[in-house]
Design a binder for this molecule. Structure first.
Ligand SMILES: Nc1ncnc2c1ncn2[C@@H]1O[C@H](COP(=O)(O)OP(=O)(O)OP(=O)(O)O)[C@@H](O)[C@H]1O
Ligand SMILES: [Mg+2]
Length: 360
C-alpha cells in the first residue's frame, strides 16, 4: 500500500516477470509455482543493451533500452504482461522512521508524507513515495518502525515507460539492492539453521562496479562499491588484441584467444579482483565490530571467469561459491542448464524481483 502507483513494496500474486535493467543488459526472469518444489524457473533471457543507453543508472536512451527488452521478450515467449522493475539504490532515498502505533491507514500516509519532506531534497510532488510498516518499535512500545522510500518521479517513469513501450505493465518498482537481498535470503534459507548467525559476504561483480554487501540475520551490516568489473577484462582484450567491444565480449566467454591470454591477461585480472575483495573484507573488519566472515558468494555476470572464485577462497580462507538464486527451484526443461550455470549469478536481482509473486 503506497501513496503513488506503482508501489515500492507491494507483493503481487498474479503472474509476474522480474526485469532488471542494468548497465550492460536487460535481464528477465519468470518464476512459476513448481510441481515438486514451491517454485520453478520457467524461463529467462539476457539481452545486451547498446552502450551509453544506460548511464550511471539513468535511462539515457529509452528507445534503445526498450529495443533490448523487446528482444528479450520475443526470446522469452511468455504471455505474462505484469512486471516488477528495480530502481538503482543510488536513485532511491530510504529512511527508517518511527510513527505512533494504531493509527488508521490513511493517517500513516499523511504522516509519512510530512516526515518524508524533511529528508527529501525535492518537492514532494516530484517524488514517488512509498512506505512499509516494519513492526513494533524496539525503542518505544507506543511507536512502530516504518521504512519510507522515495525516488524522483521522472526517474521511475523513465523505467516504467520502457516497460510500456514493450506492452508491459509495471506493477512493482523495487530497489535493486533489496531485490538482490530477497534472492539471497531465498538461498540462505537452504543453509544449516536457515543461515541464522552466519556472516555472509556477497560480491556482485557487474559491468564496471563491484557491490559488496555483508549480511547477518537478514540485515545488511556493511555495504560498499568498488571499481572493478567485467568491462576491465573486455577492455584489456580490446587493447591487447585489437578487438572490437563485441568481439572482445564474445571471446571472453568462449576463451578463443591467443596462447598468452591466460598468463598475460586473465591471471593479472583475477589477481586484481582477488586483491580488491580481500581489501574490502579487511576494511569491513577494521570499520565494524565484526572480525569474521563465514561464507562468500560471488554474483554478477563477471564472477564466472575461470579461477576467480577459487582465488578468492584461497586468499581469504573463507569458503567461496558462485551464487545461484535458483537454488532449490525446479528448472523447466526448456532452460539449458549449462548456460544457466554461467548466467545464474547475473540474474540475482531479476530473480529477487520475480520472487515478489511468492511470499518468499
Ligand atoms: N560467461 C561469461 N564469462 C565472462 N564474463 C561474463 C560472462 N557473462 C557475463 N560476463 C560479464 O559480466 C559483465 C556484466 O555483468 P552484469 O550483467 O552482472 O552487469 P550489470 O548488472 O549490467 O552491470 P552493473 O552491475 O555494473 O550495473 C560483463 O562485463 C560481461 O562481459
Ligand atoms: Mg548488476
Amino acid at each position: 500500500m503506497g501513496l503513488n502507483f506503482p508501489d515500492f513494496f507491494k507483493r503481487s500474486s498474479a503472474g509476474l516477470l522480474g526485469i532488471d535493467i542494468s548497465a550492460s543488459s536487460v535481464k528477465v526472469v519468470e518464476l512459476l509455482p513448481g510441481q515438486k518444489t514451491a517454485i520453478r524457473l520457467e524461463r529467462y533471457a539476457i539481452e545486451p543493451i547498446e552502450r551509453g543507453a544506460i548511464n550511471d543508472g539513468n535511462v539515457e536512451n529509452p528507445e534503445l533500452v526498450a529495443a533490448a527488452l523487446g528482444r528479450a521478450m520475443r526470446r522469452l515467449g511468455t504471455r505474462t504482461r505484469e512486471v516488477a522493475l528495480a530502481m538503482p539504490a543510488s536513485a532511491v532515498i530510504t529512511k527508517r522512521i518511527m510513527l505512533p502505533a494504531g493509527l488508521p491507514e490513511e493517517d500513516y500516509e499523511l504522516q509519512v508524507e510530512t516526515e518524508a519532506s524533511q529528508y527529501i531534497p525535492f518537492a514532494i510532488e516530484e517524488v514517488n513515495l512509498d512506505f512499509q510498516i516494519l513492526g513494533p518499535s524496539a525503542i518505544d512500545a507506543d511507536e512502530i518502525d516504518v521504512l519510507l522510500a522515495a525516488s524522483r518521479k521522472e526517474k521511475v517513469e523513465d523505467r516504467v515507460a520502457v516497460a510500456e513501450m514493450c506492452g508491459l505493465r509495471a506493477v512493482v518498482v523495487d530497489i535493486d539492492s533489496y531485490a538482490a537481498r530477497i534472492a539471497l535470503e531465498h538461498v540462505a534459507s537452504f543453509l544449516p539453521n536457515g543461515g541464522q548467525g552466519q556472516i555472509i559476504a556477497v560480491f556482485d561483480i557487474g559491468q564496471s562496479v563491484t557491490t559488496v554487501s555483508i549480511i547477518l540475520n537478514g540485515a545488511t551490516i556493511f555495504e560498499r562499491e568498488q571499481i572493478f568489473g567485467g568491462q576491465d577484462l573486455t577492455q584489456d582484450l580490446m587493447r591487447l588484441y585489437g578487438l572490437s567491444p563485441e568481439e572482445a565480449e564474445l571471446k571472453k566467454r568462449t576463451g578463443e584467444l591467443p596462447e598468452n591470454y591466460r598468463v598475460d591477461v586473465l591471471e593479472p585480472y583475477i589477481e586484481r579482483g582477488v586483491t580488491d575483495i580481500t581489501r574490502a573484507l579487511q576494511f569491513f573488519f577494521t570499520s565494524t565490530p565484526y572480525s569474521r566472515v563465514d561464507r562468500i558468494y560471488l554474483a554478477g555476470g563477471a564472477c564466472v571467469v575461470p579461477g576467480l572464485c577459487e582465488g578468492v577462497s584461497e586468499r581469504t580462507q573463507v569458503p567461496a561459491e558462485i551464487l545461484s538464486p535458483f537454488q532449490g527451484m525446479e528448472i523447466a526443461d526448456t532452460v539449458r542448464e549449462r548456460q544457466l550455470r554461467l548466467d545464474a549469478p547475473a540474474l540475482v536481482t531479476a530473480c529477487g524481483l520475480a520472487l515478489r509473486r511468492f511470499d518468499a
